[in-house]
Design a protein around this ligand. Sequence first.
Ligand code: HEC
Length: 385
Amino acid sequence: MSKSLPRIVKFAVSATALASLTLSAASAADTLRVCSDPDNLPFSKSEGADKGLYIELAELVGKRLGTPVEYVWWLSFNQRRALRTTMDGCDAYFALPADAQYRVRGLVKSNAFLSVSYAIVAPQGLKITALSDLKGKKIGVLHGSPPQILLATQEGFTASTFRSQEEVFAALQSKEIDAALLWGPSAGFDNKTQHSNRWQVISIQGESLGGQVAVAVSKEKPLLKDQINQALEDLKPEIQQLSEKYGFPTQAPLQINSTQAENRYARWDSLQAKSPAYRSSGFIKVADKPSRREWLVAETGTSIAEAQSNFNNKCGHCHGKNGASPISERDLRKLSMRYKDEWKSVAYTTITKGRPDLGMPTWDGILPDSEIKAIVDFLVTVQKN
Ligand code: HEC
């Protein structure tokens, strides 16, 4: 927790800066006020030599528009909630998922200008033409990341989980693992800046593994959206150069058939989370003790049968079909025996936050909250007493 404190302080400062910006908005009409994350390399960074692709691009767009660029720094984690309160202070946000389903009130989006996704990271010599080439190999993934779920839900893969990207690279180096599945842009960036391009980084495309990004523009500025679209069109070669400069994977992506649950929003919001420390820094709000009432509300839309099949798909390989694992501490039929009246909130907290050290993944940001609650409701039906 103490590590994340400076971020919160920084956040408070930018909130104050933002308030004054909003006040002076009228007089600053001839600047392009860009909202971006202060600490999200390779995309954006408020300090240091590497500004990030979004910031360099925002500068180029500003030049095209003939306006200086001013920055409003805002942590993109839990983006949509933050944006609702910040977009007042800025004209454009670099950048957001282009996906039409990812809507933020008060914003319209430019055309997509970049594809981002997870990627396979492997030694240069290894021939990879499909995900199945990694079968039988030891594959590093970040704890709670979509690739962890992807591998867990398909046959024949052996995943080792890690807490940070640095640890994954270290394990590749020491040959503890043979390959890894990491967020492509940041893996590519580290590969280039810290590992002299020692590894090949190949994008993978599939459900929940990535998408395209666009600039979000205040709805009140339809003209600005057109101008930004034109600028992005003209800047295509520069965007390509910036992708290379920051080490983004550039070769054609591999197509993956993934059968993960639909939850693009939560996943997009979590895509940029770099470390569990970041995740637990207070920007995710999980109700610790949801009441039974909340669960019932959450049930609407998901039947117990759906929750059951969801459970068997996502959790069954570790907890047994319908929770009936022969390993006692994984046997989810014993929850009510074990935790008495508290069992549902223990289950909910365990599922959302995981028990990383004991091998139970974190599902917050991976499964929608309503699905987690529906799974708890399904677990009611299998309790032994
Ligand atoms: C990779 C394996 C794995 C997957 C996948 C997994 N779990 Fe777990 N889970 C564990 C382990 C191991 C424990 C036991 C941790 C311990 O010893 O306290 C656990 C513990 C739990 C507990 C607490 C049990 C208790 O008695 O304290 C709940 C509830 C739970 N898991 C639910 C789920 C649900 C729901 C899913 C799917 C959304 C899921 N788990 C997916 C490995 C997994």
